[in-house]
Each structure stands twice: as structure tokens, then as C-alpha cells.
Design a protein around this ligand. Sequence first.
Ligand code: C6P
Length: 405
Amino acid sequence: MINIEKIRADFPILNEQVYGHKLVYLDNAATTQKPKPVVESIVNGYYHKNANVHRGVHWLSQEATEAHEAARETVRKFINAEKTSEIIFTRGTTESLNIVAATFGELLSEGDEIIVSQMEHHSNIVPWQLVCEKKGARLVMLPIDNNGEISLETLKELINEKTRLVSIAHASNTLATVNPVKEVISIAHENGIPVMIDGAQSVPHFKVDVQELDADFLAFSGHKIYGPTGIGVLYGKEKWLDKLPPYQAGGEMIDKVTFEKTTFNVLPYKFEAGTPDFIGSTSLAAALDYMTAIGMDNVEEHERELVEYATKKLNEIEGMRIYGNAKKRSGLVSFLVSDIHPYDMGTILDKLGIAVRTGHHCAQPTMDFFGIEGTVRASFGIYNTKEEIDILVNGIARAKKLFHK
Ligand code: C6P
């Protein structure tokens, strides 16, 4: 059980008024709000611990370096990686995916194949497309069914001697599907193929253990787990990170530079060129500590209750169509009502203080599969309540009346 009043008190933004209504923030899959300890970590970082890391002999630089490296350890523990050297700080999921696509891509040859699912966010499609184009490789799509689920049998059929990597979302940002990534990884590994997990919509919502999953790579964003924007994580097994070439070049990622030859730094620094966002990393650690104190099992249970309640209430609305009906779902609902355009629905809900996301959610192939342009998406976080879902349901009823639907 989570103490919802206590949690909500940590998020001052939830008291904002929008057009005279109390804010009902249901756009957590896009970004989450920040609790006081995270904001305080950002402020205190700049007030008390601001010096470049890994560079200075002076006291302040050492303090900042210690905090930055302690944050790496916090991330390691949070996803249960074996080593801190397997934790690379990035700008977010998109950059993490691009790092793997670009560097793993260097190992590809003509005719090689990469498998991604049909429900992927563009961030897990386009980087692979670019690298496939460059290398003459092929991007193979693992299809979804009408429930928004993949088939492990189809995956087995798609894997062949040309397959080099499978990259898949742990949880879909449009359909709420939680993919059976452990099984995906096991099938891929039986064939000697590594797997990249897009954890943008899983790490913030339930316990993700990279060793238990045996994931080769995992990406997630700080801002979706109540941490700051502009910081994220790439986890990679040491054996893979060692094999991959550097992504960007510059300070920090080098060992010795001469005009004849440059040698590279050890992991994780090989992939962290330039001054890292050390205030971001330490404040991400504050967010992870905050989540750990609540307990990820409690987070999962709270959001499951919300999504079950929302699904039941929304399904009572005439003309409601919910997209995504997987057996295992995360904390969001994507829907359309009658023929009301999602943008119109979103605009009316906004006027009532309800923040939802509308559109294709950066997953156009998923929308194409269902033959729609976009959906309205309500996505839940640790501070949301059933009362807020009631407000959403009433808002939808108001919109229906307005459009005579
Ligand atoms: N999805 C959404 O509203 P970044 O932007 O790098 O933090 O995350 C990209 C990303 C990658 N994979 C998945 C599954 C995602 O959901 C996202 C971000 C947001 O659904 C913004 S488009």
C-alpha cells in the first residue's frame, strides 16, 4: 500500500489550477512530475556541489565526482546490474537507443537483420533504419495482433542465421502491453543473439532486474521516473560494451591522445564523452531513492488498481474503444470515443484541467496497424487517484455532450 496523501504532498505542482480547475495530471508516460527531494537535489547540487567531475584535484571537484559516481551505483542497484561500469549516463532513452544502434551498427554487414516489434516508439525504429540503410542491413518487423501482443512463435520464425539483434519495448507507450521480454531474451539467446530492451515505460512502473531478465542492453529516461530531464541511462553487459566502438569522441572517453593514435578510456567512460550532466545524475539518483523508499512493488500495485478502475469506468462510456488489450498491461489507457477527434477530446479535457496526451504518441506504425491517426492517452503515476479517473470520465461525458455523440 502506498500513502497517497504523503506522496502528493511531495509534488507541489499537483496543486496548480488550470483554467480554474485543479490540475489532473494524466500524462505521466510523456513525463512525470518531480518530488521535492529531486528538485532539492538539483538546487543543492548547483548551490553546494558544482564543479566539473573527474578533472579537478580540488575539494569541490572531488565532492561532485563522488556524488556522480555514487549516483551510478544507485542506478546499478536499482536495475540490479552486476557492475557500475555497465551503467552509462546518457540524455535519455532516445540517446541510449541511438548509441547502441550506431555502435552495434558498426558491426553489421550487408544482409544482416535487426528485429524490432511493430509497437515500438519511433526511437526504437528510426535509429535502426538509419544504420540498416548505411550498412545494407534489413530491419525486420515483429508484428502485433489486435490485442496489441507479439507472438513468441512468430519471433522464432523470424530469427535466422542473419539475425544480429532484437530490440523491443518492455512496455508499450501506446497500448500498455507489457511484453514477455524474459522469453524474448531466452529465445534470442538460444540463437546467440543479443537483446536491447527499451525500458522507458517499464523501469518507472515496476521492478526491472537486468540480471534476472538476462538483458544485454536496457535504456530508460530520468524524466519518466520522477527525475530530471536531460539525463537517462544505458545499461549494457560488459562483454557487449567492450566489443562496441566509441559513440562520440572528446574529453573523458580517452586514455591517451597523440596525433598518431588515441586509446580509449575504460567502461563506462568510453561512452561518456565530454562533461557529463553530474547534477542530472545525482538528481536521478534522488528520484530512484524516492521510488525505492515507496517500493516498486507498491508502485506496480497502485498503478494496476488505477488502470483496472480506469478500464472499467471508461468501458461504461458508450462509443468507447480502448486500444491495447494485452494480458499483461502497464499503467496507461489509450482510447477513442465515437468519432470525436483525439485532439478535440484532449482540448476539451484540458479546459477542465485534465492533462492527457493526444496523437500518435511517436508510434505511427502502431496507429497504422489499427487504421487510426491517433488516440487519447491517460497515463498514470504514483500520485494519481481513482477520484482523478472519475474526473476524467466526467470530462469525457461533457465532451460527448458537446459533440452530440
Ligand atoms: N515516450 C510518450 O509520451 P525520451 O524522449 O528519450 O525520454 O524517450 C523516448 C521513448 C522511447 N521509448 C518509449 C517506449 C517511449 O515511450 C519514449 C517516450 C513519450 O509516450 C514521449 S514521445
